[in-house]
Design a protein around this ligand. Structure first.
Ligand SMILES: NC(=O)c1ccc[n+]([C@@H]2O[C@H](COP(=O)([O-])OP(=O)(O)OC[C@H]3O[C@@H](n4cnc5c(N)ncnc54)[C@H](OP(=O)(O)O)[C@@H]3O)[C@@H](O)[C@H]2O)c1
Length: 363
């Protein structure tokens, strides 16, 4: 496979994020569901409510009876803020880079019990990741503390356990600031989302082979559904076992490899399995070549980071990393929820669901 088509493939197929040994709390009791109904109605500031998990989290918070106010940047092209059925909530347009806007346009001197953040860089490019995953969150945290907010729930990623990429360092820097702030926190580090593992459904449906790195068994993950993760985030507000903790979390069932994902799709479509493999060394070549030209333009530098992100997900599992052994541990990765990736694939093939396709395939 030539380098350019491979990059296009990376952009169209490899979209999951994901771990140095740190303070992760890996307590299996986290996986137990909390009560379905909230103990108290809370006034919640939700940020990132236009994203995949943010929209699901809005639904989960509203369903639990909370009073939700969404802080958002202005919608691009004047588009709808949320989709029908996402839940009712007041929307306040704020500039997250401006502490005065967060204060004046966002919190407005009113009482809020909690902040739930599903906000994240849409590109993962270093500059944007530091601006959004770190600085915008620092601004939000400062404004939240000023407003007397008592609890900050942060959607992070399990991959920060083993940081090698800019966006992972940006996320970790904010996690550390949140922990140091003294505010009650719940840092949720999920495994791979369904949308990140659905990039090849269409090509397989069109009769093309399922693409894997190596033998397709280099990595595995316990994928988590949007609504299951959203419920888990909403429950953090009520479940004391999730307070002041770092919470790695995956979906239900066994860990699955890329080859198993492909095999399931072929079985679902009643076709013989057809795989095409690319060596990881090819990615190293692309990373090396892009590294040489990256200083020439920001676009090339972004492509180089994209290739590094692709390599990361080609070789690292989205599972809890055991600090003692340095190995990923599927059995010790907590699970929550009911929907499996294979349920989702079935729903997509049967036309009952559609995977989200972002502008930036790496995510
Ligand atoms: N994909 C995976 O498999 C996976 C796995 C584990 C963890 N994660 C993590 O999960 C998190 C959220 O993922 P997602 O897929 O739900 O994200 P998403 O769909 O890309 O949504 C990102 C949200 O952040 C907002 N945002 C981005 N830049 C902003 C800015 N400059 N100012 C204000 N708001 C901004 C977006 O608002 P707009 O609508 O205005 O752009 C959107 O609401 C990320 O931290 C990701 O690393 C992902």
């Amino acid at each position: 496979m030539a380098p350019l088509p491979l990059l296009t493939w990376l952009e169209n197929t490899w979209r999951p994020p994901a771990g140095i040994y740190d303070l992760v709390t890996n307590d299996l009791t986290q996986a137990e569901p909390a009560d379905a109904a909230p103990r108290t109605v809370l006034r919640v500031c939700l940020v990132g409510a236009t994203g995949t998990i943010g929209r699901a989290t809005l639904r989960a918070l509203v369903r639990r009876g909370h009073d939700v106010v969404c802080f958002s940047r202005p919608p691009k092209g004047g588009g709808a803020f949320a989709r029908e059925g996402d839940g009712e909530a007041e929307v306040r347009i704020v500039d997250f880079s401006d502490p005065a806007s967060l204060r004046g346009d966002g919190f407005r001197g009113e009482r809020f019990d909690a902040v739930v953040s599903c906000m994240a860089s849409r590109t993962g490019a270093p500059k944007d990741a530091w601006a959004v995953d770190h600085q915008a969150h620092l601004n939000l945290l400062a404004a939240a503390r000023e407003a007397g907010v008592g609890h900050f729930v942060l959607l992070s990623a399990i991959c920060v356990q083993k940081p090698l990429l800019a966006f992972q360092y940006a996320k970790l820097a904010f996690e550390a600031a949140l922990i140091d702030s003294g505010l009650k926190y719940s840092i949720v580090r999920p495994t791979a989302f369904f949308k990140s593992l659905s990039g090849q459904i269409e090509r397989v449906r069109r009769g093309k082979p399922f693409l894997v790195f190596g033998d397709g068994e280099l990595t595995s993950c316990k994928p988590i559904g949007d609504d299951d993760l959203a419920t888990y985030l909403a429950e953090c507000l009520e479940d004391e076992r999730r307070w002041n903790r770092i919470l790695p979390i995956g979906g239900p069932g066994e860990a699955i490899t890329p080859r198993e994902q492909g095999a399931f799709l072929f079985a679902l479509l009643d076709r013989p399995p057809k795989f095409r493999s690319a060596p990881v060394g090819l990615l190293d070549g692309i990373i090396g070549a892009l590294g040489l030209v990256a200083p020439l333009s920001p676009r090339l530098a972004e492509k180089a980071e994209l290739a590094r992100i692709g390599r990361y997900y080609a070789t690292e599992s989205m599972l809890w990393l055991n600090p003692e052994t340095g190995r990923y541990d599927a059995a010790a990765t907590p699970s929550t929820g009911v929907e499996t990736l294979f349920d989702f694939y079935t729903a997509v093939i049967e036309g009952r669901s559609a995977p989200e396709r972002g502008d930036h395939a790496v995510f």
